[in-house]
Design a protein. Sequence first.
Length: 402
Amino acid sequence: MLSIREFRRRLAMAMTGAAAVLAVLIAAMPQDASAQIAALPAENPALSAASSAKTPADCAAIRDNDARLACYDRLNGRAPDAPPPSAAAQVRLQPVPAALPVAAAASSPRVDDPCTRLPEASGSARNYLGSTLSERWELSCRDQMPRFLPRPHRPVYLLPVSWTSRSNRSPSAASSESPDNGVVQALDLDKNEAKFQISLKSKIWALDDHGTLSVWGAYTQNSRWQIYNGRESRPFRETNYEPELIVTHGTDVGLPFGWKASMVGLSFNHQSNGRAAPLSRSWNRMIGELSLEHDETTVSLRPWWRILNTGSDDNPGIQDYIGRGEVLVTQKLGRHVLALTARHSLKGGDRSRGSAQLEWAFPIGGGLHGYLQLFSGYGESLIDYNFRESRIGLGVSVVEWR
């Protein structure tokens, strides 16, 4: 019986002999062909067929393209090009990149690009996310949206209750040019009515690379509905239509006390009620705009110039009542919004007229806001441009505005 020491000695000699035989077999194989086959994944069944093929017919029966080519090369003693590694080998051999590829680095934002530069740590995140005006008018390249996308312009609201202190039962715009432009028989109107407004705008064209010089189209329509007046079959008392073409430019000019001039604009504005004489009212204006802001406060100065009609004037002296310009002040208080609009004729004496309107939007739930509107003065609507009244309305606003 062999001792344990003798058994270990003979086992070591056998393993040494087997290793020597394996080395001789590998050395006898053509170097390139053996490397070609070794490059194939071990799990590929074509490996054994390529290494054991004896004739070209055996090689032709191999389905794997790389193994079949290596088989032909081995039989003919040629040195083939090194085949590409298999997908599995590529995954196994793929190195982890130490840095970004050149193409990725080239597409990365430039630090000095104002459209991609992040705010400094000491700056306000608001400057990066966009101000109220910038979000509404896309004054920053970071606030750009697709063209022709409708979005809110002025408040969009529904007031089931809109009560006036005086009803304009005999609207008139009689003048020497239009002596018959007045209602002869008084209208039977209720002091309480419903009122609603829709207002949308859309960017039509960007005039510069960053989109801060833009052309917009806008449309506003508001109606006063005598819904509680069953005596007169609940008519729509007055509807005003107001299309606009607007050019805006973001300025971002710093001013004292933390204010900045954020936008200038110029628009062509048409407003009419679409009715025939004696209730027809319409006018055209060129409106300039300078908008300032400080934190959550926005001030817009909007002077306008009336474009006179070549024919008869349906509403003579309208600028002496509705005014020659307006100032809009908007204040955001969390999710609440307060807005004050003041208009004036910019004249003295008995031609000193105008109006003031206060709006308050307060959150109800989701995107729905409660909406309160107070008005006093001339020109609450076109048919009432020369009629003074005070009005209060309460309802809902369905989109965030201002």
